[in-house]
Design a binder for this molecule. Structure first.
Ligand SMILES: *[C@@H]1O[C@H](CO)[C@@H](O)[C@H](O)[C@H]1NC(C)=O
Ligand SMILES: *[C@@H]1O[C@H](CO)[C@@H](O)[C@H](O)[C@H]1NC(C)=O
Ligand SMILES: *[C@@H]1O[C@H](CO)[C@@H](O)[C@H](O)[C@H]1NC(C)=O
Ligand SMILES: *[C@@H]1O[C@H](CO)[C@@H](O)[C@H](O)[C@H]1NC(C)=O
Ligand SMILES: *[C@@H]1O[C@H](CO)[C@@H](O)[C@H](O)[C@H]1NC(C)=O
Ligand SMILES: *[C@@H]1O[C@H](CO)[C@@H](O)[C@H](O)[C@H]1NC(C)=O
Ligand SMILES: *[C@@H]1O[C@H](CO)[C@@H](O)[C@H](O)[C@H]1NC(C)=O
Ligand SMILES: *[C@@H]1O[C@H](CO)[C@@H](O)[C@H](O)[C@H]1NC(C)=O
Length: 557
């Protein structure tokens, strides 16, 4: 009877029961699988040798190990599985097709007749722009062109200046940069326009947008307003957000880290610690209270002493950070806190003080205090911020690498250098410095990066005559002279004008620094070197390309 019923009715009771059982098992299986994945998932880490790095930072007492201080990777260098969402991401790059389309619309507008190269050119003719767009697309393959402004006349009748915004396809951020170049425009046989010559990076001065001189952008009205620095690169808005009303302050939830032993340490240590702190704030769903005043370790300063009061915004993109994660500035925060406690003597702000990093983020998750204050009073190395993310916490806290980008002001220098080489260059990363001196850990590095060895080895990897950018921590400028007969060698110091006292960078950082000029320090040099290196076509690395020594010292590879 049963059999016949299930035979006649394919969706009989039993079948349904069976199906639902199977579905339930599958469901349970996926829940389990998902849980396992969620627990073991580790976000991508920007260091190739993250294990070595973790080891270095856990074995702090035996400081035999040095991280590579000649390179600094941040969010824009890492491929992230979930790209940062931003309205700015929704641009459409210009393609051959979109150019064809706008050209098609002009098809029945007659071309002028009787033309020779050198004739004056009407730069507002839309077909001039089309010729330039085509030329750029063909010439600068690593660039995504986003939008153009209408060309304007250059200095001669057959010249046009044109500005555009672009992205570098090698950069994983959505940031946009500007270039404006001068083009000499001639004619084809049918009097159509063609580009005869393109000027260099930022050569089209007439197309440069007038700069904003007023210092009122981005500031807030009212008695609590800060004096915001004038925004010079129109795309940069790194003013410090203010909390607003007392009620807003009281209703917030904050994670506040006192300065720890990380202060004045090298930059990999800084990013490792800072991102741990911000990661904990995210995990706790709290606003991170951030000290924008950094201390630069002596290895990066011209004075060879630790230098305090360096603005975070000299080095990193604060605008992006504040968009990516909730942040308040420490000075404002402490002022608001004091004022509240003074005016509400019986109803002070609830604070949970945490003295020991061994109190885990998981233990703090249920805490309802307005402020959780980690104090880091213990002696080194018990007072490093990143220790909060050690052990079992590592499973719960994800360092938000996507939130940390390099300063846009430095990236403008990177664009200027790469643009000056027309985005068409190869690069060598030559690590020397302390590692080359340490024969115990890197026995062959010094010899393998000697001038003669470089000439011999690089010639096997990069075609002679190419532009060669050398990112290096070798301080002696003429060290690479033996490569010059073979390549057009470019070093960071060839671009000193980009941070000299007449540069855009100088003007902008001086404003940011309250009128005091800012040194172009070793930390900035490393950031720029890193990014130019990553824009090269062929890249020769020191370790495993130039030398067989291990990156982290003998027996680590
Ligand atoms: C060009 O062609 C379009 C239709 O394709 C027509 O509407 C327009 O009037 C024409 N313009 C000229 C200047 O001939
Ligand atoms: C240049 O081209 C624009 C657009 O086609 C036109 O409006 C303008 O009159 C032209 N100017 C001259 C001087 O021919
Ligand atoms: C700058 O702003 C002030 C008021 O905020 C205004 O009076 C002045 O005209 C502005 N200057 C320029 C050049 O826009
Ligand atoms: C700059 O950013 C702040 C928020 O951080 C915002 O309030 C302000 O309007 C922005 N200014 C401009 C000009 O976009
Ligand atoms: C995080 O905090 C905000 C307000 O501070 C709240 O609206 C939101 O629900 C919280 N999210 C979680 C997941 O706790
Ligand atoms: C820039 O520095 C040079 C010397 O390094 C000095 O002669 C010049 O006056 C300075 N210019 C400005 C605008 O500060
Ligand atoms: C920097 O500022 C000075 C003085 O305000 C100005 O003369 C110079 O043109 C500016 N340089 C750049 C590149 O903006
Ligand atoms: C450098 O070494 C890596 C790994 O051995 C290799 O994949 C790469 O092609 C080398 N680079 C060059 C420019 O030869």
């Amino acid at each position: 009877m049963k059999q016949s019923s299930s035979a006649t009715d394919p969706f009989g009771q039993n079948t349904i029961k069976l199906i639902s059982n199977v579905c339930f098992s599958v469901f349970v299986f996926f829940v389990l699988l998902f849980t396992v994945i969620a627990i073991t998932y580790q976000p991508p880490d920007p260091w190739e040798s993250s294990r070595a790095l973790a080891k270095a930072f856990t074995a702090v007492e035996k400081a035999t190990f040095k991280t590579d201080t000649s390179i600094l990777k941040t969010g824009e260098d890492i491929s992230l599985s979930s790209p940062v969402e931003s309205p700015a991401f929704s641009f459409v790059p210009i393609t051959e097709d979109s150019i064809d389309k706008s050209e098609g619309e002009l098809r029945n507008v007659t071309l002028k007749s009787g033309c020779v190269d050198g004739d004056s050119v009407n730069c507002s003719d839309p077909r001039v722009l089309i010729a330039i767009e085509r030329f750029n697309l063909k010439t600068f393959k690593s660039i995504a062109f986003l939008d153009y402004q209408s060309p304007v006349s250059g200095s001669k009748p057959d010249e046009c200046d044109v500005a555009w915004r672009f992205r570098n396809k090698r950069e994983k951020s959505w940031r946009k940069y500007r270039d404006f170049r001068r083009f000499r425009v001639g004619f084809g046989s049918d009097c159509s326009y063609k580009v005869i010559h393109a000027g260099r990076w930022h050569s089209g001065g007439n197309a440069r947008r007038p700069r904003i001189v007023n210092g009122t952008r981005g500031s807030r009205a009212g008695p609590r307003a800060r004096i915001a620095p004038p925004v010079r690169d129109e795309d940069i808005n790194d003013t410090i957000p203010v909390l607003g009303s007392d009620a807003a302050f009281r209703n917030g939830r904050y994670l506040y880290y006192s300065r720890g032993g990380d202060y004045c340490k090298e930059m990999n240590h800084f990013t490792w610690s800072f991102l741990c702190a911000v990661g904990e704030a995210q995990y706790l769903n709290r606003t991170f209270v951030m000290d924008l005043s950094m201390c630069l370790a002596s290895t990066y300063t011209q004075s060879h002493k630790d230098e305090e009061e360096k603005d975070f915004r000299f080095y990193f993109d604060f605008e992006h950070l504040k968009e990516a994660v909730p942040i308040v500035e420490e000075g404002d925060f402490v002022k608001d806190w004091r004022r509240w406690d003074k005016t509400h003597k019986k109803n002070k702000i609830p604070v949970r003080k945490v003295r020991d990093y061994k109190v885990t983020p998981m233990q703090l998750r249920k805490d309802k205090s307005t402020i959780i204050w980690r104090q880091f009073d213990a002696p080194e190395p018990e007072n490093y911020w990143y220790r909060v993310c050690e052990g079992s916490s590592a499973k719960y806290i994800q360092r938000p690498w996507h939130a940390l980008w390099k300063s846009k002001r430095l990236m403008n220098i990177v664009s200027a250098i790469s643009g000056d080489m027309d985005w068409d260059f190869d690069a060598a990363h030559v690590v020397r410095g302390e590692k080359a001196e340490n024969k115990q850990l890197w026995p062959h590095l010094d010899a393998d990066t000697s001038p003669d060895a470089l000439v011999a080895k690089i010639q096997g990897m990069i075609k002679p005559g190419r532009r060669l950018y050398i990112a290096t921590n070798e301080p002696f400028y003429n060290y690479f002279d033996k490569l010059r007969p073979h390549y057009k060698v470019h070093l960071l110091d060839d671009y000193k004008h980009l941070w000299s006292n007449v540069s855009e960078w100088y003007n902008e950082t001086t404003l940011l620094n309250g009128g005091q000029p800012v040194d172009f320090d070793g930390y900035m040099r490393v950031e720029v070197d890193t990014e130019v290196l990553y824009r090269s076509k062929i890249r020769v690395e020191t370790f495993y390309n130039l030398t067989n020594d291990c990156k982290d010292g003998v027996n680590t590879c």
